[in-house]
Design a protein around this ligand. Structure first.
Ligand SMILES: [Zn+2]
Length: 420
C-alpha cells in the first residue's frame, strides 16, 4: 500500500475549526491526497448529474458524472469489525452540491461494492462513499477522469475469488493527533469543566408545563453547577453562556476547545407530547441508539429525524476515536451518580432512561470527553416543577460533580496500572 493512500495528517490541510463545519476538519485531518486541478467558479456550485455502475470481467466501475470538472480528495479507510464498519473508499467533491435527483445505482450481490452512499458534508462539499466488502489494496482500485474531465471514474477489482490472500496487509488508519495526545494548556492537575446550558436567546428550547422554558431551567442549573465546581479544589468551571443569549451549537464546542477543557457537559431538559412521560437520560456522541434517541437528537440539532441519518454518515469515519470511548465512560459515571442521588434524596423511583448515544451536533467539534444530559421532562407537570426548584437543581449539581470525580479517579487508577 502506497502511503499516498493511507490516512495521515496533512499539515497543509489545517483549516480553522471556527469557520468551516467540524466534520470538514476531521476530514482534512484524515485525508490523504488532493487531486485534480479544477478551476471551479466560486459562485456556481457543481452538481452530480448521475452515478452509474457497470462491471466487466473482474473489474467494477462507478462513474460520477458531474456538470463540470471538479477537484476532489480521496481517502481509503480500514474496516472496523467492532463498529461493524466495512472497508471504505470515499471521495469529497469540492464546490459541489447534491442534486436531489441523483440516482444511486444498486450493485449486484456478487459485487465487491456493498453500497454507495452520497451526502452533503457541508455547504460546498459532497461526499461519495463506497462501502467495500472484501479487503482491497492500492493496486485494486484506480481513480481516473474521463477525457473531457467532467466525469470521475472509480475502478475496483472484484476480489471475491481472492478472499484468503493474507500475504499483504493494509496499515491501520492513523488517528489525528488531537485525539490521541493529551492537550496541555491548563495548569497541571487542574480540571477544567465547560458547562453548556442548552438553548438561549431566540431559541427557548422545549416549552413545557406552565410555559416553563428549557433555556431558563438549563441556565439556572448551569449557574449552580458552575458555583459548586468552582468551590472545589483542583477544579475550574466555565459556562458557555451565563445569560439569556443565543449561541450556535458549534460555538459551544469551540468555547470548550479554546479553554482546553477536560470535560464538556451540555445541559438540557427533555420533552414529549405525552405529558405522563418522565425520566432522566444521558447522551454521548455516536449513531442513534434507537428511534427515541433519534427524535431527541433531531430536536436538539434543530432538524428532523429523517435528516439525522444524513448527519450520521459523517460519523462513519469518526467512530474509532478515543474521545467517544472516554465520553461513554464519562456518561456512565455521571448518569449513575445522578440516578442514585436523586433516588436517595427523593425516596422514590425516578425513571432511569439510561445512557444513550446519538449524533448530537453540539458534541461533534468538542475535542474532550463530552456528554449531553436530558435532566428531566419539562413536559411533565411534576418534573417541570422539580426542574425549577432549587432543591432539585442542588441535587443534580452535586451528583453531576460526584460523577466527574468518579470519572477522574477511575482514569487515574487506569493510568497508574499501566505506568511502569
Ligand atoms: Zn435541549
Amino acid at each position: 500500500m502506497n502511503s499516498r493512500h493511507l490516512s495521515t495528517i496533512n499539515p497543509f490541510l489545517k483549516i480553522s475549526r471556527y469557520i468551516i463545519i467540524p466534520a470538514l476538519i476531521i476530514l482534512s485531518l484524515l485525508s490523504v491526497t488532493l487531486t485534480g486541478h479544477a478551476k471551479s467558479s466560486k459562485h456556481e456550485l457543481n452538481r452530480i448529474k448521475d452515478i452509474t455502475y457497470n462491471s466487466k470481467g473482474n473489474k467494477e466501475k462507478i462513474t460520477l458524472f458531474l456538470q463540470k470538472e471538479t477537484s476532489y480528495r480521496e481517502c481509503f479507510l480500514d474496516h472496523n469489525p467492532k463498529q461493524k464498519l466495512p472497508y471504505r473508499l470515499y471521495l469529497d467533491l469540492k464546490d459541489t452540491t447534491l442534486s436531489s435527483k441523483v440516482n444511486k445505482p444498486d450493485t449486484p450481490s456478487s459485487s465487491n461494492i456493498k453500497r454507495i452512499r452520497v451526502a452533503q458534508k457541508d455547504s460546498t462539499t459532497t461526499r461519495v462513499v463506497l462501502d467495500i466488502k472484501n479487503k482491497i489494496f492500492q493496486e485494486d482500485y484506480k481513480i481516473t477522469r474521463s477525457r473531457n474531465r467532467k466525469a470521475i471514474i472509480i475502478e475496483i477489482k472484484n476480489k471475491k475469488a481472492k478472499q484468503t490472500d493474507k500475504s499483504k496487509s493494509v496499515k491501520e488508519v492513523v488517528l489525528p493527533e488531537k485525539y490521541t495526545k493529551k492537550k496541555t494548556g491548563s495548569a497541571p492537575g487542574l480540571c477544567t469543566v465547560v458547562i453548556d446550558p442548552g438553548h438561549g436567546g431566540k431559541d427557548p428550547g422545549a416549552t413545557g408545563y406552565q410555559k416553563t422554558r428549557e433555556k431558563d431551567v438549563c441556565l439556572s442549573l448551569g449557574l449552580k453547577l458552575k458555583k459548586l465546581i468552582n468551590s472545589k479544589k483542583g477544579y475550574k468551571a466555565i459556562l458557555t453562556r451565563n445569560s439569556d443569549i443565543f449561541l450556535s451549537l458549534d460555538d459551544r464546542g469551540a468555547i470548550a476547545n479554546e479553554n482546553n477543557a477536560d470535560i464538556f457537559i451540555s445541559l438540557h431538559a427533555n420533552s414529549h407530547e405525552n405529558t405522563k412521560i418522565t425520566g432522566i437520560e444521558t447522551y454521548y456522541l455516536s449513531f442513534a441508539s434507537d428511534e427515541d434517541a433519534r427524535k431527541v437528537a433531531a430536536r436538539e440539532n434543530f432538524t428532523t429525524p429523517s435528516k439525522i441519518s444524513d448527519l450520521e454518515m459523517i460519523f462513519f469515519d469518526l467512530l474509532q476515536n478515543n474521545k467517544i470511548n472516554q465520553s461513554s465512560i464519562l456518561a456512565g459515571h455521571i448518569h449513575n451518580a445522578m440516578v442514585s442521588k436523586i433516588s436517595d434524596k427523593y425516596q422514590e423511583k425516578i425513571r432511569n432512561l439510561g445512557i444513550k448515544h446519538a449524533p448530537m451536533r453540539v458534541l461533534i467539534n468538542t475535542e474532550m470527553p463530552c456528554i449531553l444530559i436530558e435532566t428531566a421532562f419539562i413536559s411533565n407537570p411534576k418534573e417541570a416543577k422539580q426542574l425549577k426548584s432549587k432543591a432539585f437543581q442542588d441535587t443534580l449539581s452535586v451528583s453531576i460533580f460526584n460523577g466527574i470525580e468518579n470519572f477522574r479517579s477511575a482514569r487515574k487508577t487506569a493510568f497508574n496500572k499501566t505506568a511502569p
